[in-house]
Design a protein around this ligand. Structure first.
Ligand SMILES: [Zn+2]
Length: 320
């Protein structure tokens, strides 16, 4: 019998990763191609599709491609458009799905943002298997989120639901890239914790190895490494980050009463340093209706593969 597969594509600012994935989440073939930015989108699509064809061709098993799922920033699931992704330089509105349909006629060609596809990937292949209600928070450069309620991804009327990274947690707080102040992602992201470290260095006298790092050169990995050496300032930065995140999660929970909240992304790799304070402040601020009911869990998917797995999973959910 022919094996049904879906192609998952993750469009990053530098590279595009392609994976051919079966229904069990096994990646049969993988490839990477440069994301050709600031060019006519047709040039990029020509290069991308020839790489896809090459990758599919290399698979020795008898396969049937059922669709392509694409994860990209600022994408709209309903319209299949990438909107306002200035870093890609393909124009303000890119009808990505329509353009890709000129190359393929698979039953499903779907576009979604990376946090949504991570949520679908977690539901299909990871720790959220069998869960109908959960939240996925991606703590990377920014904070992304995917909301699954009643077994379905919440998309909103225009496809932009679940931007929990831009929920304001402190109205007098830090400036955010969205033009407002105090959004969650200015605190609970890899860049957010670095800002917290800079503030602690300026406002306290706590000794820390991070004081030797030139201003602005921190990475969240450095903060983690310092915490591993019991650096007091680094531990405090995690505590403060977990406080902002935990309080925000206690509010998010009231919206859809999820069974679990999954954390994924660079900052989530810090393990207990981020999970312990987040859980503590989440429960401290939780309305009694939800107290001690909501699990806070790390994603079970391989961080390097989640984007491609998630994008491919969206194909199956589209076809179901
Ligand atoms: Zn914002």
């Amino acid at each position: 019998m022919r094996k049904e597969v879906a192609i998952g594509i993750d469009i990053g600012g530098t590279n595009t990763v392609i994976g051919v994935v079966d229904k069990n989440g096994e990646i049969l073939a993988e490839a990477t191609t440069p994301t050709l930015t600031n060019t006519d989108i047709k040039n990029y699509l020509d290069a991308l599709t020839s790489k896809i064809n090459e990758t599919v061709f290399e698979i020795k098993e008898d396969i049937e491609v059922k669709g392509i799922g694409i994860g990209a920033p600022s994408s709209n699931y309903y319209t299949g458009e990438i909107v306002g992704a200035s870093n890609l330089g393909w124009g303000e509105v890119v009808p990505f799905v329509k353009l890709l349909r000129e190359y393929y006629d698979y039953p499903a060609i779907v576009l979604t943002n990376d946090a949504n596809s991570a949520a679908v990937g977690e539901m299909m292949y990871g720790g959220a298997k069998g869960m109908n209600d959960f939240l996925m928070l991606t703590l990377g450069t920014g904070v992304g989120s995917g909301v699954v309620a009643n077994g379905k991804l919440v998309l909103g009327h225009d496809g932009f639901a679940g931007e929990l990274g831009h929920v304001i947690t402190d109205s007098d707080g830090r400036e955010c890239g969205c033009g407002r102040n105090g959004c969650l992602e200015t605190y609970a992201s890899a860049t957010g914790i670095c800002r917290t470290v800079s503030e602690l260095i300026a406002s306290t006298k706590i000794p820390s190895s991070l004081r030797d790092v030139p201003a602005g050169n921190f990475t969240s990995k450095m903060v983690f490494d310092a915490a591993e050496k019991s650096d007091e300032l680094a531990l405090m930065a995690f505590e403060l980050t977990g406080k902002m995140l935990g309080k925000a999660i206690s509010d998010f929970v009231a919206f859809s009463s999820p069974e679990a909240v999954f954390l994924f992304g660079g900052l989530a790799l810090a393990g207990d340093y981020i999970f312990k304070p987040t859980k503590k402040y989440m429960e401290e601020n939780m309305c009694f209706l939800y107290a001690n009911k909501v699990k806070l869990l790390p994603s079970e998917l391989d961080g390097a593969k989640i984007a491609v797995l998630g994008a491919s999973a969206v194909v199956w959910s589209e076809l179901n």
